[in-house]
Design a protein around this ligand. Sequence first.
Ligand code: MCN
Length: 790
Amino acid sequence: MAVAERSIGTSVLRKEDPELITGQGRYTDDLVLPGMLHMVVVRSPFAHARIKGIDASKALAMDGVVAVFTGRDLAGDWAGPLLMAWPVTEDIKNPPHWPLTPDVARHQGDGVAVVIAESRAGAKDAAEAVAVDYEPLPVVVDMDAALADRAPLVHEDIGTNKTYTWSLKNGDVDKVFAEAPVVVKERYVIQRAIPNPIEARAVIVEPSPAQGEYTIWSSTQIPHIVKVAMVVATGIAESKIRVIAPRVGGGFGSKLQVYAEEALCLLVAKKLGRPLKWVEERSENYLATHHGRDQIQVAELAADEQGKIRGFRFNIMVNMGAYLMIITPGTPLLGAFVYCGCYSGEAYEINFTGVFTNTTPTDAYRGAGRPEATYAIERVIEALARKVGKDPLEIRRMNFTPAFTEPTPMPGGLTMDSGNYDATLDQALDLVGYEEVRKEQQARRERGDATQLGIGFSTYLEMCGLAPSRVLKALNYAAGGWDAATIRLTATGKVQVIAGTSPHGQGHATTFAQIVADDLGVPFDDIEVITGDTTLAPLGMDTYGSRSLAVGGVAVHRATMKIVEKARKIAAHELEVSEDDLEYSSGTLSVKGAPDRAKTIPSLAWSAWTAHDLPDGMEPGMEETAVFDPSNFVFPYGAHICVAEVDTETGRVDIVKYVAVDDVGVVINPQIVDGQVAGGVVQGIAEALYEEAVYDKNGQLLTSSMTNYEVPAASDVPTITIGRGPGLPSNSNELGVKGVGETGTIASPPAVINAVIDALSHLGVTDVPRPASPENVWRTIRAARGGEGT
Ligand code: MCN
């Protein structure tokens, strides 16, 4: 029998693409149910206002309007507020977050009422006719102002805008800093970002009143978590709720959330006994979908005279916005352990202070905590290089943790799986043509060109594969971190993979099928991957933290190997040999030394299904489930180099070369991995150069649409040269894989900003605000030249 070609490691084309690129993907808004009603949310135009009264009479009198519900109308119907699953400290302030606020609107866009009508247009018109009597209250937007004495309080009843303080300390940090001959200290502002999925959010709820059952379609990354949160909010039994995430259209972390509209649709559909749809408009997405980032960081390094790092210390304020959503407080903690980057040191301290403001809540945004960590360390390491007069590459190399393939402790307190930081840097330098670029930079300097060249580095360390449940408990996260898969062989030898993670653009249907194709030796096209349905795939913890492969994919592999073990028993029985006499290769179990005496997996599946002659006591059928809870995270790492031209007259930045070398361990599908890296890099470049959510002092979002929130166009984006480094397998799982979904977003912002600073270093520039927009860069140059600056 021919040995099947290995699928893992090849760029098999994505199974999901023919449907998606021919416009046949079924997104939530494509779904139309008989008798379906439409919901529109009436949102507060004020960032902070008391709701004195709501008059819905005009709206109710309009054609096709079925109902209007205010926050007060529904107050008695909820079983509990929206779920916040990560109370990071015992004394965290977590005021209840109701799907519609009954009394006070706390950010622009806070929902105050819903209008239900026969058509979407009718509901929209009627929403405009709902008269809300607001009493504007003092607003606080800025974190420093929110923590000042007598600041307006976002939640009056808790008496403070400070949400929590969370700290992590390893070693004698104070002593190390007190004794170190060199200390650098810098302040960075990570601006707020607004996620922009291709499809904004959408929800449909179909009630089956006779059965008391509810099917929820939601454009979500986390159907399983949504289900639990719906139980908490509505009290409906878990067994009566089915959540389906159909085609999702991107999420970037913004759909790692349980939103008010999901709970509202469910409750109102239950009340009215009719299917109900809500679809978010883009302008609503800017106000009502959670935002990301928004930190003020004070970063310090203690070092010896040579620049060898001894201690790390970071004090960070994080803007929570107006409410704590599903993991708002925990999001910064996802980066807490990697503020040391790839570097060694004996003492480590990090302190986060969460702050309430009258702004849209923040939560996970691709990278979630780790882009912020990487930005802090990859900027402050440059400050250290300047302070001790060393080349930024030299300072990095002398502080890298030496190459390792066995579990190795890091200053942040965790244990890393594998890494060779010099190797990824060497490859990146090679790919960028480092010597040539430096020469070109020098030539431009000497000529005094208006357009200067800068080279920026980011040698980053990520932790992902969010899982070990015991670690999550130690961090006070409410849920576990395992994931699950079921493999079912049909009688005719086809394979169904039922996975607990669900994709929103990552290509799980392809990569999971590749794993199974190799494990079972069945054709790739015979494998169907089923995801995103809590009834079909009841076990799952969903997709975020680049965990789907390193946790869920490993569960797929484990379930498949259980199938092989069952098949081995049947083969031994049929071939009348002992199990030990069989060897397994590419879907065939054959007798050692007699390769012609063999059974294939599909034929054994048929035997298991007919059950005519199974070993005594064996259950018929061929279906196995595995649940994987890894003992450690995985730690991708790498080196990104950005070469940028900066026009010193206009402040315009153009990226002319971008190299991304990311070691993600064993790669299942190189093309998908390249796509993930490229998409992530573009997102990071956008944060570095273009995107910024801006509020005025009244809490009005000034960047409230794509016309003034600059999402990059394809023409703004450079060609990204991709490398993989040494490809050291992870020892956290038997596939040797690490995650890739966030590497690019985590690594790229400091590479870009360091490049801009490097281009202007001859002017004495050591900092540029994010985003490095033409205006910000121009002001920086002007200030450096002695004019008025930022
Ligand atoms: N993969 C692989 N080999 C590896 C690592 C991964 O072939 N060594 C494949 C995986 O099998 C999977 C894909 O690459 O098909 C991404 O895998 P993984 O790194 O496990 O990440 P997740 O699937 O868990 O995706 C989550 C991650 C996050 S957190 C965000 S946010 C994100 C992202 O991925 N948002 C995205 N990628 C996105 N891609 C798109 N198109 N849209 C988004 O919204």
